[in-house]
Design a protein around this ligand. Structure first.
Ligand SMILES: [Mg+2]
Length: 262
């Protein structure tokens, strides 16, 4: 059966140092077998492109917590069925399905809230500051700040988050608050891609791998949901998931070997 892997990046495929060297062998095998590896992450397109290039992965990818699906041109010939239903855009060589809202809309709302309450977000910080709070290199911090559909809030008054929550999704990601369109979530994006793969290949087995609460919607819509371990254990879920013993990359390898490569 045709298999597809949907995977979170931070804390799942990538370890605390944002590396996945240990998984290179396994990724090589998946590529030989032409098994798609779909990144489904809060990371921006620009950040994900770095990993796609380094790992030689050419499959579609989901950015900024499900805000948009970037599909390399010509990857699906059935994409036109979705173009009618979802805001569709030809961005920089990709066919893009947009589920979220433009960054500007979020930025304007944050500025409004900032008149009364304390908010510290990526776009009000320097590259050096973002690098410091995330542990990213300066180059990667700069790419993390090029947001198209969401903003990251590092700290804020409770009330500011409540106000933003009236208009947008405000979710706790790995460490910070992610603000993005209410119409966007990782699960929705994964469902659309699954449908596209099923139209193209018929029977498809989907495997989803994540580590945090923002991954739950994705895990709920795949055939095989799996969690990798965080330093302090697994997140709580109220449905059946496979819990890998390994932390981050190590757990990722375990899941792929158990459900995809066996
Ligand atoms: Mg994560």
């Amino acid at each position: 059966m045709f298999k597809v892997i949907f995977t979170d990046l931070d804390g799942t495929l990538l370890d605390e140092r944002y590396r996945c060297d240990k998984a290179l062998n396994v990724i090589g095998k998946l590529k030989e077998l032409k098994i798609p590896i779909i990144f489904v992450s809060a990371k921006t397109r620009y950040e994900q492109e770095v990993f796609r290039k380094a790992l030689g992965i050419d499959d579609p990818f989901v950015v900024e917590d499900g805000s948009a699906i970037y599909v390399p041109k010509g990857y699906f010939d059935n994409l036109k069925n979705f173009k009618r239903k979802i805001k569709y855009d030809k961005r920089n060589g990709y066919d893009t399905l947009i589920l979220g809202v433009p960054f500007e809309e979020i930025r304007v709302a944050i500025e409004e809230v900032m008149r009364k309450f304390h908010v510290r977000c990526y776009s009000c910080m320097s590259v050096e500051e973002v690098a410091k709070v995330t542990g990213l290199s300066l180059d990667m911090a700069e790419l993390a700040m090029r947001r198209e559909f969401s903003e990251v809030i590092v700290e804020a008054d409770e009330r500011a988050l409540e106000l933003l929550g009236e208009r947008f999704n405000v979710k706790v990601g790995g460490r910070f608050f992610h603000v993005y369109g209410k119409g966007a979530n990782k699960g929705k994006a994964v469902r659309i891609l699954t449908e596209l793969y099923r139209e193209k290949f018929g029977d498809v087995l989907t495997v989803g791998i994540g580590n945090s609460y923002t991954d739950l919607e994705m895990l709920k819509v795949v055939d095989v949901p799996a969690l990798v371990r965080n330093r302090d254990g697994w997140i709580d879920v109220d449905f059946d998931v496979y819990r890998a013993r390994g932390i981050a990359t190590q757990g990722w390898i375990e899941v792929v070997k158990k459900f995809v490569l066996r």
